[in-house]
Design a protein around this ligand. Structure first.
Ligand SMILES: CCC[C@H]1O[C@@H](n2cnc3c(N)ncnc32)[C@H](O)[C@@H]1O
Length: 481
């Protein structure tokens, strides 16, 4: 375990083993794939479109979406492009591919074909292979990204990148701790060094592949410094392997000032740490995920939540916003529901476009606070790793220096407890073993105490529970129940 670029022979040994994990691995030929990518029109290259949006200060919209059947996936993406007005397209991967359970995924495909419709959520890309992925790519005119949560994404990356996808989500922490219970960080950091090295190989051949650490993590009340620390670490790990294009992500918390401060501090911190380790030629962008927690069942209220997320993304000038749908609380959304989420979002973006948010003193303080907290975590992790961010990450999680709220992984300390303050900003009710100094801890405690005074109750775990359900019940801060 070390944060060092994989040697060519080391990677090649692994590649031979990975490409044998399923029959479709035989369809991957890197040189041929590079040629395929080089023929890709510029408007379908994710990093190129992100760079243009960043230069223009535009916020582009992307939905999620995946189906079992190939033709349904093509129909879905064409609909989201033509009817939804999406700027980027997804292919959300199914749960079985995410666990490398390709045999079972094969059965789901067969059963879906017999049934005449997709039986499970998400597209089993590994089972379909390179040629089928290229059919998806060639059926649309927009850049396509692989979205998933896969601890061992090596074969998925080989097949989808050779298949023409130009953006790949995930990372050794963000696709482990929120997604798995028993997979070690050593294993997933190593798996994702492979993925990032593969992207590095494409980059060295002149093929731009964008990488997007999964910012929202467990998706509920994740304090900005926690998601930022993971994003910065995964960006450093990726850059070491030759990745050049990275989108750093953040999941909306709901208080506008905090969310804008979070987006702006995220890329600033990314630039800061990449420069500290002297990585050159990096193209960093930001991704804002509309609220990832519980949604109201009522579709009109759901549009309120979606629109509020669109406002925050646009005012923060996030390069990309991942949109939700009015069916979020109900189940797998229809293509019409996904398109509706995109259209509501783009309406807001177009209305907010030229409205600059007054740079309030509160916004600056919030941004500085997030930077102080994130630096405290990342610098402590580097210290624990004697300068090696990979080693430091493993030790940091063991010591609870980095700790993700509500994560299933047994490698996560699970000591921190987030709760909203009176304005709905997410604070630490319990900061666990996070390496914060007194002023930081007191700041959070005071903001939470203020809410306690207003609500006439002591800050407690009950507040946390109330906040987890509050947006679904139509509020941001649950008034003492
Ligand atoms: C980590 C991402 C979880 C979110 O991913 C969205 N999601 C899942 N499956 C689909 C789908 N088939 N179409 C559109 N969105 C989808 C839901 O919002 C969910 O909360």
């Amino acid at each position: 375990m070390k944060n060092k670029r994989l040697e060519a022979d080391e990677l090649e040994v692994q590649r031979q083993e990975v490409l044998k994990q399923w029959s479709t691995g035989a369809g991957v030929n890197l040189e041929e794939a590079v040629t395929y990518h080089k023929a890709m029109p510029a408007e379908k290259v994710f990093a190129a479109k992100l760079a243009k949006a960043k230069a223009e200060g535009a916020t582009l919209a992307q939905p999620r979406g995946g189906t079992t059947l190939l033709q349904e996936q093509i129909d879905l993406l064409q609909y989201l492009q033509d009817e939804g007005g999406a700027d980027f397209l997804p292919t959300t991967i199914d749960s079985l591919n995410r666990q490398n359970r390709y045999q079972e995924a094969e059965k789901v495909i067969e059963d879906s074909k017999k049934a005449g419709h997709s039986l499970r959520n998400g597209f089993p890309a590994v089972n379909y292979g390179v040629v089928a992925c290229r059919r998806i790519i060639e059926s649309v005119n927009l850049p396509c990204q692989v979205r998933h949560g896969t601890p061992d994404a090596r074969l998925l990356a080989e097949i989808t990148l050779a298949g023409g996808f130009t953006d790949f989500e995930g990372g050794g922490i963000s696709n482990n701790i929120p997604y798995a219970k028993n997979v070690s960080l050593e294993e997933t950091i190593s798996n994702w060094q492979y993925v990032d090295r593969l992207v590095g190989l494409y980059e060295e051949q002149g093929v731009r592949i964008n990488r997007e650490p999964f910012g929202p993590l467990t998706g509920t009340l994740v304090p900005p410094c926690i998601s930022h620390s993971v994003g910065v670490i995964e960006a450093l790990l990726a850059a070491e392997q030759g990745v050049k294009n990275i989108s750093l992500g953040y999941g909306q918390c709901g208080n506008l000032i905090q969310d804008i401060a979070a987006v702006r501090s995220l890329t600033e911190l990314g630039e800061e740490y990449l420069a500290k380790f002297k990585y050159k030629g990096m193209m960093l962008t930001s991704v804002f995920h509309q609220w990832m927690g519980g949604f109201p069942q009522d579709e009109s209220q759901a549009f309120g939540v979606i629109s509020w997320g669109a406002v925050a993304a646009a005012l923060a000038k996030a390069t990309k916003v991942i949109v939700k749908t009015p069916h979020e609380a109900l189940g797998i959304p229809s293509k019409e529901g996904i398109a509706a989420g995109i259209k509501a979002t783009k309406q807001i973006i177009n209305m907010v476009r030229n409205q600059a948010l007054l740079n309030s003193e509160e916004l600056e303080r919030e941004k500085e606070g997030i930077k102080v907290e994130t630096r405290a975590i990342v610098d402590k992790i580097l210290e624990l790793g004697d300068g090696d961010i990979a080693v430091g990450t493993v030790r940091g999680f063991q010591a609870g220096i980095l700790d993700i709220p509500f994560a299933p992984s047994r490698y996560n300390a699970g000591k921190i407890l987030p709760v909203r303050d009176a304005q709905g900003a997410v604070r630490f009710l319990d900061h666990g073993n996070l390496p914060f100094d007194k002023e930081v801890i007191e700041f959070h405690q005071e903001r939470i105490a203020e809410r306690g005074r207003i609500e006439g109750r002591d800050p407690s775990f009950q507040m946390v529970i109330d906040d987890i359900y509050s947006i679904g019940k139509g509020r941001l801060v649950a008034i003492g129940s």
